[in-house]
Ligand binder design. Structure first.
Ligand code: BG6
Length: 303
């Protein structure tokens, strides 16, 4: 484990030296690197590394809300809290069959103070697994330890590192196609966060980028891809228990309004989050929910 601004971080390494770094601040994955040492997650050069605000980049966990409907803390408060290592985790294969070679279990247990923001007691566990092939599995489990039911939203707010989102495709399949495309969301409905979550239907063959995008695609397939021609790699997101996918890029104007984000950094990032937002998850006392995502990257491009 390592230390950053007094916050412990756990480093997972594969024999072939792929790695992941997870912070106890927010249970946030802060780094995910290939065997060649390439960083796959974006972190802003202007990120504020001191708690309590979540670091701009990596994989902040949004819970119990996405956006700002319930508490005063946008995207929920667990990303701003200190988690602890779960000293008594469930055995590795009891909750997942992945080919993990290194893993860490963290837990956040709600406090009396949290009841001011959300009047429900819960335990949120996160297992991060680095697999033999360098892919990363994140398994979150929410348990209702209260005496009444509660409902929540959840998102793995994943900042992928991208070559250059403004670059126009040389293939010119469509005019102005960006070199970065999200595949698997075509023809689906989405809620537009820029228009008070008004509902639309996606008309494009694949999602490309030429301006600000802030959407929640709903009832999505289990697998979604991000094709990055510039970097010659494809990210594959496989998910379970997480029906929705958030796609977010602030583009130039919004970037300037975000204090912990560089003016041009939007060119090099794209958030694609496995999430449960449209239909909140409801748990009765004693019940548990699991949301799983597996992130992998391939360097060959399919055309
Ligand atoms: C997106 C939201 O997913 O996250 C945006 O839809 C928001 O509206 C963005 O700006 C970043 O949120 P935050 O709280 O980390 O600045």
């Amino acid at each position: 484990s390592e230390d950053e601004n007094g916050v412990s971080q756990v480093v997972l390494r594969s024999p072939r030296r792929a790695s992941a770094r997870i912070s106890l601040h927010g249970g946030q994955v802060r780094s995910w690197k290939t065997e060649k040492g390439e960083q796959l997650l974006f972190t802003s050069s202007k990120a504020n590394l001191k708690p309590p605000a979540a670091v701009r980049g990596g994989i902040p966990i949004c819970f119990p809300q996405f956006g700002e409907q319930v508490s005063t803390e946008q995207h929920g408060f667990v990303r701003n809290r200190m988690w602890v290592i779960d000293r008594n985790p469930a055995p590795l294969h009891s909750i997942d069959s992945s080919t993990g070679i290194a893993s860490i279990d963290l837990v956040y247990i709600s406090t009396d103070d949290d009841l001011r923001f959300w009047p429900h007691r819960f335990e949120l566990r996160l297992r991060v697994i680095l697999n033999v092939d360098g892919s990363l599995t994140l398994i979150s489990r929410v348990r209702n330890v209260d005496c009444k039911p509660f409902s929540f939203a959840f998102a793995y707010h994943t900042y992928f590192s991208i070559g250059d989102i403004r670059r126009i495709s040389q293939l010119k399949v469509h005019l102005n196609d960006s070199e970065v495309r999200v595949e698997g969301l075509e023809t689906l409905d989405y809620l537009d966060n820029m228009l008070h979550r008004e509902r639309f239907t996606e008309q494009e063959d694949a999602i490309t980028f030429e301006s600000e995008v802030d959407r929640v695609y709903v009832s999505t397939p289990d697998t979604v891809g991000i094709v990055d021609h510039e970097e010659k790699r494809t990210f594959v997101i496989k998910k379970e228990g997480l029906p929705d996918v958030v796609v977010w890029n602030p583009w130039d104007k919004k970037s300037k309004a975000i204090p912990d984000f560089g003016n041009n950094e939007y060119e090099f990032m794209l958030c694609v989050d496995a999430a449960a937002i449209e239909n909140p998850i409801t748990l009765k006392p004693g019940e548990e929910w699991t949301g799983r995502v597996e992130l992998s990257v391939t360097s060959s491009l399919k055309h």
